[in-house]
Design a protein around this ligand. Structure first.
Ligand SMILES: Nc1nc2c(c(=O)[nH]1)N(C=O)[C@@H](CNc1ccc(C(=O)N[C@@H](CCC(=O)O)C(=O)O)cc1)CN2
Ligand SMILES: Nc1nc2c(ncn2[C@@H]2O[C@H](COP(=O)(O)OP(=O)(O)OP(=O)(O)O)[C@@H](O)[C@H]2O)c(=O)[nH]1
Ligand SMILES: [K+]
Length: 456
């Protein structure tokens, strides 16, 4: 559902990754795509036919030999005339090809402009276009599979289905408002209420799937914090299975922030090891501690590591460090790690409290590490693969749509206010429309497509 026309330019870019490769592809889209490629290839191109030919520059000098392809509009990736020059994948050769295209009337494509055109020409909706970028950028197999499902339309179909249900309900409610003298009391008979309730449930299912998709796409930031020598670096190493961080009995070993990306059964985690929190006379260490607090404040989940062998009694992080709580601007899920259980009398255990969980383990021997991993998967709501990829932007729109329905529900239940419900349903439809781009602004499109790589 595009509202914005493209500018009519013919765009060109290298479609393959920068650097050297076996094959490199230069792609053109727009009205001159065929004539430019035909000049370079010295022959008119048959639709969807692989022509093996010599590519030459504007002087007729050979540049490369390769395959030329022509996808006439509208049956192409962008919906416009598209041609491809598939040559040898050297950066110099590909630049020569691009420069020849520019000399023949094309202009350089902006990042994401091919996908943007595909969207503007109704080849893809916005969520599908975003899924292309997510597919290219995915770092785990699960994330890639989810992105592909979104590209195939799984997420968009779920949204379109919700929109269709909202529209049906709107029609019903608005008819009831416009024809109050009708025999049947549409709103009073409970039908609207039933439909609204089922719509809310349906939306909540899509929300749960989308959250899962966003989690797999972005991963969670897990910050390891605690007093010096509690075993934070040892825990990072145990979780990552690598000797990333330096472990010594000397307090204040870790002075800077260390980062590691790991997966727990496909759940991507960005783990951050921080300097031990204490008063320090050392300026470098103090700076490390300042950075540690910054990391903690921006975490999705904090592992608060304490030396569980040292006669530790109260597991409440607020008793441990009033400053920990004082620094928190918002509620962040905290797991207290009672480390060094190998030298305490107690074996690995997990205990749930109202506001946090404790896991007793040994970072040194790895005992209890599985308990922690299972707990992290659970508390992050990770249920395996999921059904499609989603972004924070989509979650926000789904939240808005959800709030609008809840608002409408209370209007209906409270005052039987059909007019206000109708207004909330309209807001819900608007929020859902932003996901697939049925409703979109230039600014939103700019933000989305400019983050793509060039040539996509
Ligand atoms: N060489 C090459 N490989 C590529 C792409 C490309 O542009 N070029 N792609 C670029 O992202 C991806 C494939 N995506 C594509 C999506 C649609 C069409 C296309 O021609 N669609 C027409 C015809 C469909 C059909 O024949 O069934 C259409 O939608 O009308 C081509 C590629 C990955 N591989
Ligand atoms: N017995 C035992 N010792 C451990 C365990 N985990 C860490 N240690 C020891 O505790 C000491 C401190 O470990 P680190 O991992 O460097 O602790 P840290 O919290 O990162 O320390 P700082 O960098 O100083 O903040 C080292 O001597 C480790 O070998 C454990 O599970 N069991
Ligand atoms: K240490």
């Amino acid at each position: 559902m595009s509202q914005l026309p493209t500018d009519g330019d013919t765009i060109v870019a290298i479609a393959t990754a920068p650097g050297r490769g076996g094959i490199g592809i230069v792609r053109l889209s727009g009205p001159l795509a065929h004539s430019i490629a035909a000049k370079i290839a010295h022959q008119p191109l048959q639709p969807r036919h692989a022509h093996y030919c010599t590519f030459s520059d504007t002087q007729g000098e050979p540049i490369d030999s390769g395959i030329a392809l022509y996808f006439p509009a509208p049956h192409s990736f962008t919906g416009e005339d598209v041609t491809e020059l598939q040559g040898h994948g050297g950066p110099v050769v590909l630049d020569l090809l691009v420069n020849t295209c520019l000399a023949l009337g094309a202009r350089s494509a902006r990042p994401g402009e091919f996908s943007e055109r595909a969207y503007l020409n109704d080849k893809l909706d916005l969520a599908q276009a975003e899924a292309i970028a997510d597919l290219i950028n995915s770092t785990t197999e699960h994330a890639a599979r989810n992105a592909n499902r979104s590209l195939q339309g799984a997420f968009s179909n779920a949204i379109d289905d919700l929109v269709a249900r909202v529209i049906r309900l709107r029609v019903y409610v608005e008819a009831a408002i416009d024809f109050p003298e009708e025999e049947i009391d549409f709103i009073g008979d409970g039908e609207v209420s039933r439909q609204l309730q089922s719509l809310i449930e349906h939306l909540e299912q899509v929300q749960a799937q989308a959250r899962q998709g966003a989690l797999l796409r972005e991963g969670m930031k897990l910050v390891i914090a605690g007093r010096p020598n509690a075993g934070k670096s040892s825990l990072l190493n145990a979780l990552s299975g690598q000797e990333t961080a330096i472990v010594t009995p000397i307090e204040g070993t870790t002075r800077d922030v260390l980062r590691e990306h790991i997966q727990i059964d496909g759940l991507p985690l960005h783990i951050v090891d921080t300097a031990g929190l204490r008063e320090s006379p050392d300026a470098i260490e103090r700076e490390g501690i300042r950075r540690a607090w910054h990391e903690i404040a921006t975490a999705d989940h904090v592992l608060l590591v304490v030396d569980g062998s040292a006669g530790f009694t109260s597991p409440d992080p607020r008793d441990l460090w009033p400053e920990f709580h004082a620094q928190m601007q918002r509620e962040i899920p905290v797991t207290v790690i009672l480390n060094k259980c190998d030298i305490s009398a107690l074996g690995p255990t997990i205990e749930e409290f109202e506001t946090f969980t404790t896991v007793r383990l040994s970072a040194r021997t790895g005992d209890g590490l599985e308990l922690l991993k299972t707990h992290l998967k659970q508390s992050m709501g990770y249920a395996g693969e999921g059904s499609f990829s989603a972004r924070r932007r989509h979650l926000q729109s789904l939240d808005e749509a959800h709030s609008a329905l809840l608002e409408g529900w209370s209007q209906l239940e409270g005052a039987g206010a059909g007019e206000l419900l109708a207004e909330d349903l309209r807001a819900c439809q608007q929020a859902l429309g932003e996901i697939t781009g049925q409703v979109s602004s230039d600014q939103l499109l700019g933000e989305i497509f400019s983050s793509f790589c060039i040539g996509k």
